[in-house]
Design a protein around this ligand. Structure first.
Ligand code: ATP
Length: 266
């Protein structure tokens, strides 16, 4: 088991002692965990637990007051516009597809500066070559096929069924061949069969291309239990449990956090 993990590739993200306050409210308190190479790590927790805040910290939308991130051992100060250059990609709850562009063009747009020969060239701000451009279009075309988007390649986002839009957003996040993929509620609004398909896709990500680690923020507990190697459970901004799904599922603190949330809701 250990051997299997150590041979996987993908980025290694470390989140250390992260604290975020909004005025007097502590949204995250001393949060720490790791996403290991080739791992699918799930972040779960009841409403208001701090999941979105954590996602925003890793994307660079929110700066923590304390703590730090490292990516492959280097201090990582994420900025949304530089993420792709760092080998990181994200798919947000709000799909954010460009209305004036076709599905294929939207996917190509996800290449950003990584359209250059790779994210490392993007980091050095090397100019984009025709060959880079061609490769980007090839990758976009391959994703259209792989995610079953062929019938929609030239459609406008506004005309797509919701589940198809979600696949387009995912393809756009994958076209840069990220080493770390950040997914925010990818199952939101999907039906049962679509969630199953999504689960298969997420499970395949670590062995896709050069390898990809995944941080998945998700409410859909069945999906999380199915696809994640490890879970981090947040409640009131604190990590209350970490571990493999089978163990977290039995953790009394986790049951209590979710039960408390249900009682509040009722
Ligand atoms: N920009 C903000 N300003 C003030 N408070 C905020 C802000 N963003 C989040 N919060 C608060 O921080 C806490 C954590 O919110 P967050 O959205 O991260 O939780 P969550 O686990 O994603 O919740 P949900 O599952 O409902 O989306 C909540 O109490 C929320 O009201």
């Amino acid at each position: 088991m250990v051997e299997e993990v150590s041979t996987r590739s993908g980025a290694h993200l470390s989140v250390e002692g992260v604290t975020v306050q909004f005025g007097g409210l502590t949204a995250l308190s001393d949060v720490g965990f790791e996403v290991r190479p080739g791992q699918v790590l799930g972040v779960i927790g009841p409403n208001g637990a701090g999941k979105t805040t954590l996602f925003n910290v890793v994307c660079g939308f929110t700066r923590p007051q304390q703590g730090r991130l490292t990516l492959d051992g280097q201090v990582f100060r994420p900025a949304p516009q530089r993420l792709v250059r760092s080998g990181v990609s994200r798919s947000l709850q709000g799909l954010g597809l460009f209305p004036g562009l076709s599905v294929l063009e939207n996917i190509v747009a996800g290449g950003g500066s990584a359209a250059r020969t790779g994210w490392w060239s993007g980091l050095l701000a090397l100019p984009r070559t025709d060959r880079d451009e061609r490769r980007l279009h090839e990758r976009a075309g391959a994703l259209v096929d792989e995610l079953g988007l062929g019938a929609y390649a030239h459609a406008q986002p506004g005309t797509l069924p919701y589940a198809v839009s979600k696949r387009v957003a995912l393809a756009r996040a994958l076209v840069s061949e990220p080493r770390l993929l950040l997914l925010d509620e990818p199952a939101g609004g999907l039906g049962h069969d679509e969630v199953l398909e999504l689960g298969e896709l997420i499970t395949s990500l670590p062995s896709r291309g050069a390898g990809c680690s995944v941080m998945l923020v998700e409410h859909h507990v069945d999906l999380v239990m199915q696809v994640c190697d490890e879970l981090v459970v947040l409640d009131f901004g604190r990590v209350i449990a970490t571990g493999v799904p089978e163990v977290v599922r039995e953790d009394p603190a986790v049951a209590e956090a979710y039960l408390g949330a249900e009682v509040d809701a009722s």
